[in-house]
Design a protein around this ligand. Sequence first.
Ligand SMILES: [Zn+2]
Length: 386
Amino acid sequence: MINKSEIEALMTRAPKPGSPVLSVFLHAEPSEMTNINHAFMVQFKNALRPIENGIAALKDKSAQKEMQRELAADVERVQRFIVDYEAHARSLAIFCDASEDLFWTRPINVPLRSQVRWEETPYVRPLLEIFDEYERYGVVLTDSEQARLFTVFLGEIEEEREAFNDLEVRHIKTTGTDHSRSQMNIQRKADEHAKHHLKIVAEMMDDLARRYEFSRLILAGPVEATSELADLLPKHLRERVVASIALPIEASESEVLAETLRIEERIERERELNAVEELITAARKGAQAVLGIEPTLLALQEGRILRLLYADQARFRGARCTNCGALFADGRAACDYCGSSLQPTDDLIEEAVTRAADQDAQVELVRGAAGERLQAEGGIGAFLRY
Ligand SMILES: [Zn+2]
């Protein structure tokens, strides 16, 4: 599982003058997963083109040659990796500086926007964003006797085998008081025992939530156990419970993961739909929000975007100013701001998203029902800083 200290190590790497780092983020939809190497290669080459064009436009020919050689070495290394890559995740992050022997790569099981940068330092921002954006889930799987804890983050699962280590100890300690109840019928005793077990589990959850830092909780196991546990949890933890699911205590990691991702997906879709509704309402009231491509591009030009939302089906052609870089949706003859000539672009969203990210705006792709809802309102919009 990717952790923040790896990213921090990349961030603190000192820039090597004249030797930029190629930062690559690629993403495949599940429908493309059968031919992922091809999908990744096409994306990589497309995203690389603006960088190559930028170098080709340099006036200083000797600097240009030097940069082309540096870039070619990084590109070659990345391509070699992509060709042989065996996909087991939907996204891939790569940081490469061939001349400095830097090659860092990680499959990431959440959608990342495809992009390539070639800069002095590794462009880690997309990775930092997913740490902020994605919630860590705790899954407690329990029956009347045992308990297991899993954490799920960024599409990956880990069983925390240490979590319930002292569960057994606490059971043994307390069974001593049971001797006097030897007359109790077996069923009743079993029920008592189960309740006692779940009570300890519930008590331990407080510590575990802190230790494993999960913000949402899923209760899993036989229905009797999960509903009993839900009642026993302290209130602040009960509020974090997002679902109860029926699973056998011996369920495999992949079963627990599949169920968790299904729930996470549903919650994420609901959150997106709420965000889109909120955006539409705010934009209609004129309350620091805009909807539609033209108003969004204007806000972008003014550096006012706080959070940009766009629908996965939104597509716009447009133009970019060759001088100041301003973006326009329709066919103008010249730039509104500086009067220079415009160059057509097929993927205006991609350009707008990159620019918004450069302005430290949050950028969010919305899918499903939320995507359709936003598409009907112009496909793109933004909450504004002021
Ligand atoms: Zn211009």
